[in-house]
Design a protein around this ligand. Structure first.
Ligand code: SF4
Ligand code: SF4
Length: 348
């Protein structure tokens, strides 16, 4: 029987023969909703024509939920592991295969390679690359990719490792520096670009418009995190019509100017703070809470991160180091005040 799923525009995923829809599914937020809601969100995404689903070993139950929701369906799946050793990542492939109920994973990525030391670990003789090459040779995975937040490290990765078929990196209306750097390099090397955080990690108000902007850029696929079927219904249809109207462009410009001076890009150029304020961790906290929940952020040291704001002497040393001219002392106070309104984070 022919499929009744809507057709969405597709692009080839780097140097693979896979055609992925321009909008994909980011699997972080389905961890923090009840399983039935998570499964409904994944299935609705598939029913609306999306064929690319991204998850990770590190997103607790996300792989299992996607595997359960889409068992027996024809879709392209990407997952990732932060293990830097050959043996460890090879074992993670087996775990992901079982969780996802698949015989093969289309794309397996090195997760969160955020500096050159981590990249060196991945590329070392007994590093993660060796483990994924073995898994690929055995047909357990089809392609290898990398994810990270630091443009320079990802550019080094693309230059040093021909095995990479994709790079996954934050890219949105505000964090768009890679458009003139990493993206042209990827185009030259035929490496696909997977845009994570197209809605600023949940911080932008008009999610559909932010996603529409993203899929109209020279990337392969944007993967907004969507936790419920309602969010899916709101976000996915933007991919049905490509191009931006003059009215949308004006709205986007207004959004950009409002967000530009308030959005931390997590580059950490401002750190270390001489007083020990955990600047970027604090400014990233809201996104972690939205996508992963308060308990997860607490496991990552939320209370210490919030408490570190009290150490700020307003010396101003961090200000000239921020390439985006963010008013750091003001922003960290604002964020800390917000977190202290959340009961689980208000304890001392
Ligand atoms: S202004 Fe505050 S956060 Fe910035 S360097 Fe000084 S103490 Fe640290
Ligand atoms: S405050 Fe500025 S320098 Fe510091 S991590 Fe955020 S964007 Fe980077």
């Amino acid at each position: 029987m022919p499929s009744t799923r809507p057709m969405l525009p597709t692009r080839r995923l780097g140097k693979t023969d896979l055609e992925v829809t321009v909008i994909g599914f980011g699997g972080i937020p389905i961890q923090i909703v009840p399983e039935q809601d998570a499964i409904a969100a994944v299935r609705r995404t598939f029913d609306l024509g999306v064929n690319f689903f991204d998850t990770a070993r590190g997103y607790t139950n996300s792989e299992e939920r996607i595997g359960k929701a889409l068992a027996g369906q024809d879709y392209i799946v990407a997952t990732k592991s932060g293990n830097r050793e050959a043996e460890g990542i090879y074992e993670d492939v087996a775990t992901s295969l079982a969780n996802l109920r698949r015989d093969r994973i289309d794309l397996f990525q090195f997760h969160g390679v955020n500096d050159d030391d981590q990249l060196a670990q991945v590329l070392a003789p007994y590093g993660a690359l060796a483990g994924l090459r073995r898994a690929r040779g055995e047909g357990k995975i089809a392609h290898i990719g990398i994810t990270g937040h630091r443009r320079e490290t990802l550019m080094n990765a693309v230059k040093q490792c021909d095995d990479l078929t994709t790079v996954q990196v934050p890219f949105n209306l505000v964090e768009s520096d890679i458009r003139d750097t990493l993206i042209p390099l990827c185009q030259e090397r035929d490496v696909g670009v997977i845009a994570m955080k197209p809605v600023g990690g949940g911080n932008f108000t008009n999610a559909p418009l932010a996603i529409k902007w993203c899929i109209n850029q020279p990337i392969t696929v944007a993967i907004p995190g969507m936790a419920t079927a309602e969010e899916v219904e709101q976000d996915v249809p933007v991919a049905r019509e490509m191009g931006l109207t003059a009215g949308e462009q004006a709205l986007l410009e207004q959004m950009r100017s409002e967000l530009d001076q308030r959005t931390c890009r997590r580059c950490r150029y401002c750190e270390p703070c001489p007083q020990g304020v955990q600047i970027s961790s604090l400014l990233h906290g809201r996104s972690v809470v939205r996508r992963m929940g308060v308990e997860r952020w607490k496991e990552w040291g939320a209370l210490d991160i919030i408490a570190s704001v009290d150490l700020c002497t307003e010396c101003g040393e961090c200000l000239p180091k921020c390439p985006y001219n963010l008013p750091i002392p003001e922003l960290i106070r604002e964020h800390a005040a917000y977190f202290r309104t959340i009961p689980e984070l208000a304890e001392d």
